[in-house]
Design a protein around this ligand. Sequence first.
Ligand SMILES: Cc1ncc(COP(=O)(O)O)c(C=O)c1O
Length: 404
Amino acid sequence: MIEDMLRTPGAVRDAERWTAHNYHPLPVVVSSAEGAWLTDVDGRRYLDCLAGYSALNFGHRHPKLIEAAHAQLDRLTLTSRAFIHDQFADFCKELAELCGKDLVLPMNTGAEAVETGIKVARKWGYQVKGVTPGQANIVVAEGNFHGRTTTIVSFSTDEDARADFGPYTPGFTVVPYGDLDALTAAIDENTVAVLLEPIQGEQGVVVPPEGYLPGVRRLCTENNVLFIADEIQSGLGRTGHTFACDHEGVVPDMYLLGKALGGGIVPVSAVAANADVLGVLKPGQHGSTFGGNPLACAVAIEVVRLLATGEFQRRSAELGERLRAGLEGLVGKGLVAVRVRGLWAGVDIDPALMTGRQACERLMERGVLAKDTHGSTIRLAPPLVITGEEIDHAVAQLAAVLAA
Ligand SMILES: Cc1ncc(COP(=O)(O)O)c(C=O)c1O
């Protein structure tokens, strides 16, 4: 009877009826949110432990970001890049400074930032490095996730992401992640870039062995190859530093950014690099109607300013230790392994107990939203505004799911 009065089942049915089934969402229908908490159409509250795959690092509706968006909506929303608007230079300058780079090229989605990085690296290879025309190659890692375009899925090693989307774009060499010898062997005179996630998020928050990222940096420098760090999910405070590369003091040639850059309000992505790299692009060679639009820039400027305070990186580092302690306490009690960097955790559940999907469904019933990745792995990535008590609450719910 009470079930009949709930709005969720009908809303789930309608969503399934009217959209392509390219996702398998949890059956929760969210209608509002604030900070780390979501409310569904039936008034139930959930602690958000996914944060839009790190797009909501500052929580839902952070007051400064909402204020910036409102103010911009009332003035100017879109010009296209045919004209310059008054938010553009500040955004590019402040983000370039945060990254320690000369220039920024704004786009919208993460996949577009990756595509931009690939195009820039190839052009740099031909024009600066002197690679034979048409022969440029880029080395990528097994288990990568860089987005969903036809070129990007061409070098995915996940059959679900790749199968039946060919013909595939050539020019990519795949090597095992974390293996410097394999990378050394893969680099040749036509290699223009090594494209890596400093931590593989979609793969289950896979942290490479210590020394790997500095090794990649060294190999790239020795071979005149660009190191492109896809920090779309790992960057902007998630791991306790501004960038995941910072953990090992590594500075890539190109940062690919997205997700949190839009403050959970608008899609904003960007490539940051020095002028000798990004300078290869000339008018007409790359672009996007919405890339760097006024609304996006106004929100992203505030995102960069929030990060410039260091507060979110600090929170992530400190609270990440609490998350680590809580999760490590569950190893042997239903978990087989955990990997934690800042407020980002890959949690491997004993496959004999349940799948990751089942764990997420049971967490949902207990008011915690998380997302499975592969098999029995779930990923926890709460907004960086989460409190210590809320982390304890999430860990307690996971413990209860594992014990049930
Ligand atoms: C590391 C990484 N790169 C790129 C992307 C693609 O971003 P988008 O979905 O905004 O295209 C993602 C998305 O999950 C990602 O995690």
